[in-house]
Design a protein around this ligand. Sequence first.
Ligand SMILES: [Zn+2]
Length: 203
Amino acid sequence: MFFRKKQDVYHRVHTYGSPILNKKAESVKNINEEINAIATEMIETMLCFDGIGLAGPQAGVGRRIVAFGIPEHRDDEEQAILSPGEALLLPKMPFVIVNPEITWRSDETEIKEEGCLSLPGIYGEVERPKMVTFTAETLDGKTISCDCDGLLARCVQHECDHLDGKLFIERMTEEEFGIIKPKLNRLKKRGRKTQFMRIVGGE
Ligand SMILES: [Zn+2]
């Protein structure tokens, strides 16, 4: 587990080795006060750790909730025009979605480096569909359907994997996985023995 403190509040992210990361998260039945409180806490945790996405299980919540904090402006020039999903959601960041479901994946794939707050210090290339369509509920009870590309498409797939108990390292090639394996073992051991924390800001 990984802790950070901001304004006297400790934010906690479950790291590799924590069993909740391998469990399928449950659907949210009602978007009530409890879910809103979880969403607020998840956004704070994500921002505290400088993450761009956080799924329920990472925050110790076995529910299908995802927080996003994808920057609106990127220097990624290859994609000057935003996909409809990015145009809709990027101005609303940080943003929380509930019960997301990927309903379409492009045949075209892309290999990009990924990282994860639950795997601090570990990065690796992952091949995924370049574009996806997903549906989800928003905290104000609306259902949205988003066609997305770019970082949002990648992030949605990474976070939906978390909800199904899957980490990005499971999608790496065997060769790539071999490179990070020693680091992974160290992380798992350390996670079991200690609950280390990093304290930033708000002191
Ligand atoms: Zn992750």
